[in-house]
Design a protein around this ligand. Structure first.
Ligand code: GLU
Length: 545
């Protein structure tokens, strides 16, 4: 009776929880369908770990014919950064992570289980807060920090002396109706706390979809559920929202694992069916000292998903790479199904790799190069231009000036059974193909270990015999002939030993020509490069020394 009176006093206008239960009925989904959600806090950017989680959520929902929705957890106003929601929405869309329900741009949303933004759900939280107070499972705490903080500390040290344990129970735990009424009359703000009945000494078993059976200590802390500003904390909003939005599987970072016990207690106190948890591994990397650590926003550019967009990685490359980290059978599946869209991969929550994976740029770049190598020149050019229009105006201008020429460049060594794997991200076009465009040509020639005098000799000779209309065979024969003749210049010693039968060093001759044309010692097919560059440019480049 006393609890009911306190509940009415604290939340006089709250609707009964049955109102919300009816408004958001259980979903009518086939057996085994999982309802998953991605629920970031708007803190300015999308961390790769969060994105990894959204990818798992999306694929789990898809492979079980379930629902995947997007919720905004904006109850920590101190950490909030303007535009974050748009950044998250844009990033999800740039990587093709579509959701069935949730927050859209411009304050809109889709789905029948909204609002999907926590700060718009305060009325709902109040109903469930009232329910807990009525059941004697929550109480108002009027302690004001820092004024009464000393009092709390004192109380705690008394507890320690008496019981040798720190119960983390609040001084307001056992206030009577009269005392509470008095404080409410004085308009004292209060936070709502869970009245925990747990005991830290007890170990509970808990089944994690990713990590299997785990043991954790029971919660005994009277955690805050609603702050004095009326906003819920994560634990409470998580329980209420995931229950009412009919989530079946919460995929979240391992950092949440220590609070599982309080979340379970809360689900039980609210008489909710417990949700299943999949605590995802944390994406790590090696630091300078060889120690494994979490990819961090402060230290690593790859922590922010916008980095991959800005560098021009094709979205599929990132998805494939992360799917590889998430489900180790993805790699074999991809090998056996090289052209199947990734959406057809049968993702499994149970197969999420439990150990923390290492972020490996070499592997990502390899996957990305393979993906780009399979695109047609038209596809690459169109992707590069779409990217460059936003992120690199110079490349955009240069490559869009003469699209026919750009296509010819991108087609070099492409239309073959084993196309070149040279670009991992669209910004690479500058370093990889820059020499095909005068405006991007890097005149920092790779000349170390090069005998400049010999090179001059070769180039002088080559200009004389160069025939722009040669077929590839004719071109090569001409180079061979010239190499035999030029033995004195490129291979003086061997030539002197046997001038009659000397076989020219074609490789070295080609290297000299290649450096002059491209600035580099390695390049795709030299003949094709000269053909695409055309007579004028080729000759101009040959005259560089
Ligand atoms: N808002 C929480 C975060 O940003 C979400 C955790 C969860 O997915 O439950 O980390």
């Amino acid at each position: 009776m006393e609890n009911k009176k306190i509940a009415d006093l604290l939340y006089p206008n709250a609707k009964p929880t049955s109102f919300w239960e009816q408004k958001y009925p259980p979903r009518n989904l086939p057996n085994g369908a999982e309802v998953t959600r991605f629920a970031p806090s708007p803190t300015g950017y999308l961390h790769i770990g969060h994105f990894f989680q959204s990818l798992c959520d999306k694929f789990i929902a898809k492979s079980t014919n379930g629902v995947f929705y997007f919720r905004v957890e904006d109850t920590d106003k101190k950490r909030e950064v303007a535009d974050s929601v748009d950044v998250a929405i844009d990033t999800l869309s740039q990587f093709g992570i579509e959701y069935d329900e949730g927050v859209l741009k411009g304050g809109k949303e889709k789905g029948n289980y909204g609002p999907y933004t926590q700060s718009q759900r305060l009325e709902i939280y109040n109903s469930f807060a009232k329910y807990l107070v009525e059941k004697g499972k929550a109480y108002p705490c009027f302690c004001e920090k820092p004024e009464n903080f000393a009092e709390i500390l004192e109380k705690r040290s008394e507890q320690l002396e008496e019981n040798e344990t720190l119960e983390e129970k609040d001084v307001c735990r056992n206030l009577s109706f009269i005392e509470i009424e008095e404080k409410i009359k004085q308009k004292k703000p209060f936070a709502l706390r869970l009245k925990s009945f747990g005991n830290f000494e007890n170990i509970i078993k808990f089944s994690d979809v990713v990590k299997g059976e785990r043991e954790i200590r029971e919660n005994q802390k009277d955690i805050v559920l609603i702050k004095s500003n009326g906003l819920p904390v994560y634990a409470f909003a998580h329980a209420v929202d995931d229950h009412l939005m009919r989530t079946t599987l919460v995929v979240r970072g391992e950092e949440w694992y220590p609070s599982v016990s309080s979340h379970l207690e809360l689900f039980d106190a609210l008489d909710f069916k417990r949700v299943k948890y999949a605590h995802n591994p944390v994406i790590c990397k090696l630091d300078e000292n060889g120690n494994k650590r979490k990819v961090s926003k402060r230290k690593d550019k790859e922590a922010d998903m916008r980095f991959f967009v800005q560098a021009g990685y094709p979205s599929n490359a990132i998805l494939e790479y992360l799917l590889n980290l998430a489900n180790s059978n993805f790699e074999i599946w991809r090998k056996n199904n090289p052209t199947t869209p990734i959406a057809d991969f049968n993702f499994s929550a149970q197969k999420i790799t439990p150990s923390n994976p290492m972020f490996d740029f070499a592997k990502l770049n390899d996957i990305s190069k393979t993906i780009i190598s399979k695109m047609t020149a038209e596809e690459i050019l169109s992707n590069i231009l779409l990217w460059a229009e936003i992120f690199d105006k110079e490349i955009y201008k240069i490559l869009s000036k003469d699209k026919t020429y750009s296509l010819k460049v991108l087609n070099i060594d492409r239309d073959t059974p084993k196309p070149r794997k040279d670009i991992a991200k669209y910004e690479d076009v500058k370093t990889v193909w820059g020499y095909m465009f005068d405006d991007l040509f890097d005149s920092d020639y790779e000349l170390e270990d090069t005998n400049i005098e010999n090179m001059k000799e070769v180039l002088k000779e080559y200009i004389k015999i160069y025939e722009p209309n040669d077929t590839k065979d004719e071109w090569f024969d001409r180079i061979k002939e010239m190499s035999d003749k030029l033995g004195y210049a490129v291979d003086n010693k061997l030539f002197k030993q046997n001038p009659q039968n000397y076989k020219g060093n074609v490789a070295l001759v080609c290297e000299y020509i290649r450096i002059a044309i491209t600035g580099k010692k390695n390049s795709p097919d030299l003949y094709s490069i000269c053909q695409v560059l055309g007579e004028q440019k080729t000759i101009a480049r040959l005259m560089f020394l």
